[in-house]
Design a protein around this ligand. Structure first.
Ligand code: TTP
Length: 203
C-alpha cells in the first residue's frame, strides 16, 4: 500500500502539531514557517480572519517556492463573540481559561493550498464546537504555570493536559489541534495531487 504526492509539499507552519498530523499519514513534506504577523483586521469575522491568514502564510512561501504545493493554516478560538489567539502572559492564559470554563466555544481553522506553478489556490474553513467543564481555580492555576497554554490558540491543548477540561467535541478533533486532516486530504485528492493505492499482496 502507498500514499503518494504528485507535487512537492511544503507545510508553511511553525506548529509542531500541524506537522505531526500530516506525518500520521506517512506523507513526505518539508516544513518552512512563514513567520507572519497575525494581526486581525477591524470588521473581519473569525472565518474571514483564519482564511485570510492561512492564504497569506501559504502565499508567502509559495512566492519563494513556486514549484511546490504549499499548505498554510490558522486557528482561532471564539467565545461569546471574542476571538482568542495565543495568550502572551500567565494573566492572559488565566483569563482565557476562566472565559472558557463551563461553556461551549468554537474553534475555527482556515487552511489554504497554493501552487504558483499550477496557478492554483484553494481555501477552506472548518469549525468545531468544544464544551469545557467548570474548571476549578486550583486547576487553572496549575495549568497556567505549565508550558502548555502559551503557543496555543485559546490557551489550551486538546491533545495535551488540556484534554481533561473537555466534556464534548462536535466536529473535527484534528481541526481543534490546528489542521483538519480529513478536509486537507480530501482537498489534496480533489486537486489530483494525492493518490492512495493498496495491493492485496502487501498485507
Ligand atoms: C485550540 C488548540 C490550538 N492549538 C494550536 C494549533 C496552532 O499551532 C496554534 C494556533 O496558532 P496559529 O497562529 O494558527 O499557528 P502557529 O503560530 O502555531 O503556527 P504558524 O502560524 O506558523 O502556522 O494553536 C493546539 O495545539 N491545540 C489546541 O487544542
Amino acid at each position: 500500500m502507498c500514499i503518494r504526492l504528485t507535487e512537492k509539499l511544503i507545510l508553511a507552519s511553525a506548529s509542531p502539531r500541524r506537522a505531526e498530523l500530516l506525518r500520521l499519514l506517512g506523507l513526505d513534506f518539508d516544513v518552512i514557517p512563514s513567520h507572519m504577523d497575525e494581526a486581525s483586521i477591524h470588521g473581519e469575522t473569525p472565518p474571514e480572519q483564519v482564511l485570510r491568514l492561512s492564504r497569506e502564510k501559504a502565499g508567502r512561501i509559495a512566492d519563494l517556492f513556486p514549484e511546490a504545493m504549499v499548505l498554510g493554516a490558522d486557528t482561532v478560538v471564539v467565545i461569546g463573540g471574542r476571538v482568542l489567539g495565543k495568550p502572551g502572559t500567565v494573566e492572559d492564559a488565566r483569563e482565557m481559561l476562566e472565559a472558557l470554563s463551563g461553556r461551549e466555544h468554537i474553534v475555527f481553522t482556515g487552511f489554504s493550498l497554493i501552487s504558483r506553478r499550477l496557478e492554483l489556490q484553494v481555501s477552506q474553513v472548518v469549525q468545531s464546537a468544544v464544551l469545557f467543564k467548570e474548571i476549578p481555580e486550583d486547576e487553572i492555576s496549575w495549568y497556567v504555570h505549565s508550558e502548555e497554554p502559551y503557543d496555543k490558540a485559546g490557551g489550551y491543548a486538546v491533545q495535551g493536559m488540556g484534554a481533561f477540561f473537555i466534556r464534548e467535541i462536535r466536529g473535527s478533533y484534528t481541526n481543534v489541534m490546528g489542521l483538519p486532516l480529513s478536509e486537507v486530504v480530501e482537498t489534496l485528492k480533489d486537486l489530483g495531487t494525492l493518490t492512495f493505492s493498496g495491493d492485496s499482496h502487501d498485507r
